[in-house]
Design a protein around this ligand. Structure first.
Ligand code: F3S
Length: 78
């Protein structure tokens, strides 16, 4: 199972300012839509670490990553 399938990854469209860092860190998980906001792609093979790095590098913390198995929020940490 690919790492993306074990994670619930969401982008808060109101918080996203179109920085694009996420698309560089995890290009198979994030892409920009025609409104210059990041959207989550399914089926990519980015590693869990790459996805978490993308979330950490987002300047507005628009990306939330939750472990589906445990329900634990991996980023941002509570
Ligand atoms: Fe948006 Fe953050 Fe990515 S501002 S484009 S979610 S790095």
């Amino acid at each position: 199972m690919a790492d993306i399938d074990k994670l619930k990854v969401t982008v808060d469209r109101d918080a996203c300012i179109g920085d694009g860092a996420c698309c560089n860190d995890a290009p198979e998980t994030f892409e920009m839509d025609d409104e210059d906001k990041a959207v989550v792609k399914q089926g990519g093979s980015d590693s869990r670490d790459a996805i978490l790095e993308a979330a950490q590098n987002c300047p507005t913390d628009a990306i939330t990553v939750v472990d589906k198995a445990t329900g634990k929020k991996l980023y941002p940490e509570d």
